[in-house]
Each structure stands twice: as structure tokens, then as C-alpha cells.
Design a protein around this ligand. Structure first.
Ligand code: FE
Length: 132
């Protein structure tokens, strides 16, 4: 089993850039069409920018036109945690890293088949590892 990672707010601030901290630890959202992985089409794995937990594979990435990197499914459903988010007057499903609890983005039911899901994920929450 994966060991959970628990750091103090101060330790996260030391480990992450201010932008990463805002998204991962304060549930921020990067501006659409600004993320570094939006157009990334290389083959590889997307790890958590906070703890390097494997989250998404490039094979599940698709162009949703929304301005954020989008995936049809995570590497494993145990690698992420999904929880109801009722902030900003909307009911959405938030996606978190299972290992460090970092905020990744949201999942919606308008993705392509067969999963029908669209994992809408901030580039700032991810760290791409190219396949060698
Ligand atoms: Fe993590």
C-alpha cells in the first residue's frame, strides 16, 4: 500500500512553487489555455507535482477544447480520490491525489466513450515524465 504523505503548510510552501502551492494546497485553478501540459502530446506518465504519485497516462489524454489538460481516466482509480465540491454555487466532483491530498482538478460526465468521463486537470498539479 502507498504511504500517505502529510506535510505542514510551511513544508509544502518550501517544496512547491507559489503557483503550484495555490492550486495543490489551496484548490486554485490555473487560467485556461495557460498550462504547460495543455498541448503536450509526448508519450509518458503524468505524476503528482506534489508527491510524484502516478496519476495519468498520456494514452488517456485528449483535447477537450476547455483549456485544461483532459484525461478519460486515471492510471488507477486508487491513485486519485474523488469528492463532492459545492464551492462557487456549483456541484462538482473534485479530484485529489490519493497520496498527498493535493487538489488536481475536477471530473465531469461529458468525456468521450467508453469512460464518458473528462478529468479536467491543472498542469500545475502535474509533473510529466517522458517515456524512455
Ligand atoms: Fe500527490
Amino acid at each position: 500500500m502507498n504511504k500517505k504523505i502529510k506535510l505542514s503548510e510551511n513544508d509544502w510552501k518550501k517544496k512547491l512553487t507559489p503557483e503550484e502551492f495555490h492550486v495543490l494546497r489551496e484548490k486554485g485553478t490555473e487560467k485556461p489555455f495557460t498550462g504547460k501540459y495543455l498541448e503536450n502530446k509526448e508519450k509518458g506518465k503524468y505524476l503528482c507535482a506534489g508527491c510524484e504519485n502516478e496519476l495519468f497516462d498520456s494514452d488517456s489524454k485528449f483535447d477537450s477544447g476547455t483549456g485544461w489538460p483532459s484525461f478519460t481516466h486515471p492510471v488507477g482509480y486508487d491513485n486519485v480520490e474523488e469528492t463532492e465540491d459545492i464551492s462557487y454555487g456549483m456541484v462538482r466532483t473534485e479530484v485529489l491525489c490519493e497520496k498527498c491530498g493535493g487538489h488536481l482538478g475536477h471530473v465531469f460526465d461529458d468525456g468521450p466513450k467508453p469512460s464518458g468521463k473528462r478529468y479536467c486537470i491543472n498542469s500545475l498539479s502535474l509533473k510529466f515524465q517522458e517515456e524512455k
